[in-house]
Design a protein. Structure first.
Length: 259
């Protein structure tokens, strides 16, 4: 069996059994970013073989708040699967997760294909059909969310659940880099920020995704793809019984319960 597949299984089994495991870089010191994407690729293959579908792409570690929190200063990309989707005002189940955290993000829906290299913020905006608010629940399969860059890439960038707002908005109606957001748990604001924190403009995150996918031989991002651009603020640890709400200037609210 190939080594990447073995490592992908190590991570998908931890996800399924909701237990944390030790870092790959602890066991394989030469494990690097390229190998991380190699394992991620096998993880996606494995999920597809199990009948799951990719429903969105995501960027991670795109804001200073997130980079500081995770002590990693390089954006990464990953995949969101069908079983990760939770409806707005729905719930996530603590017993199926390890140590989930929530982050507030802005999502894009493309009206046209985009393909690197050299994609710019302006090109992304010209090809964006809709924007919408989103919450992402991340759940690193590594102990205490302690990992190095190649580990978190292999672990599909901690993808676990997403909650999309139930209304989409025309990008031309907004200054997409000036959207304020608050993230509250049980009625108390725990984090707040402005979308400019995401690489200066969330469309830069989509551009970077297109360019990174191209560099990794993954081709274009097809029309209709949903893209999460990365947490605007630091992620907040969740507990059973929590009620999470994020409010976005002009884009409404997104909420869910933890049970
Ligand atoms: C990695 C995933 C980061 C984001 O929005 O920055 C991410 C992690 O922090 O565990 O999804
Ligand atoms: Mg995220």
């Amino acid at each position: 069996m190939n080594k990447y597949r073995e490592l992908a299984q190590y991570l998908t089994e931890a996800e399924k059994g909701h237990y944390a495991v030790s870092c790959i870089t602890d066991k394989v010191p030469e494990f690097d970013i390229q190998m991380g994407y190699g394992v991620q690729n096998e993880l996606v293959n494995l999920k597809r073989e199990q009948g799951h579908e990719v429903i969105a792409l995501k960027m991670g570690l795109t804001s200073l708040a997130k980079m500081k929190q995770m002590r990693i200063n390089e954006p990464i990309y990953g995949y969101v699967f069908d079983y990760m989707k939770v409806p707005d005002k729905g719930y996530i189940e603590m017993d199926k997760l390890i140590h989930p955290k929530v982050e507030a993000e802005i999502a894009f829906i493309l009206g046209d294909d985009i393909e690197g290299p050299g994609i710019t913020c302006e090109q992304v905006l010209a090809k964006t059909k809709w924007i919408l608010p989103a919450l992402e629940v991340i759940d690193s399969r590594f102990q205490d969310f302690n990992f190095k860059l190649p580990d978190v890439i292999a672990d599909n960038t901690s993808s676990s659940r997403i909650i999309l707002g139930n209304q989409v908005f025309n990008p031309n109606d907004f200054e997409i880099d000036l959207i304020g957001v608050t993230l509250s748990v049980n009625g108390e604001i725990r984090a707040n920020g402005v979308s400019t924190s995401v690489l200066g403009h969330p469309a830069n995150s989509v551009a970077m995704l297109a360019n990174m996918l191209w560099s990794n031989g993954k081709g274009k991002i097809p029309k209709g793809t949903i893209i999460l651009t990365g947490g605007i603020t630091e992620a907040i640890l969740l507990n059973k019984g929590d009620y999470v709400t994020s409010k976005y200037d002009g884009l409404g609210d997104v909420s869910f319960h933890v049970r």
